[in-house]
Design a binder for this molecule. Sequence first.
Ligand code: SF4
Length: 71
Amino acid sequence: MVTVSVDYSACEGCGTCEALCPEIFELKNEKAEVLDESGGDCDLEDAVQSCPTEAISVEGMDIKFERKSPF
Ligand code: SF4
């Protein structure tokens, strides 16, 4: 069981998480909101590692942050 959360102060509204996991994340007012804290069937590790500001946290899952973005 995991709990997904977004640090709104860190989120810059790039939309990557929503593109990867539209059932879990939704952009509202240029911030990602969590629709399903349980994470559903989404590849959360990919979402965490793809967030440019490390704003996504997944409690209960051991994810090492490795920046995938070439930027
Ligand atoms: S990937 Fe990160 S910065 Fe981009 S919208 Fe999602 S939480 Fe915000």
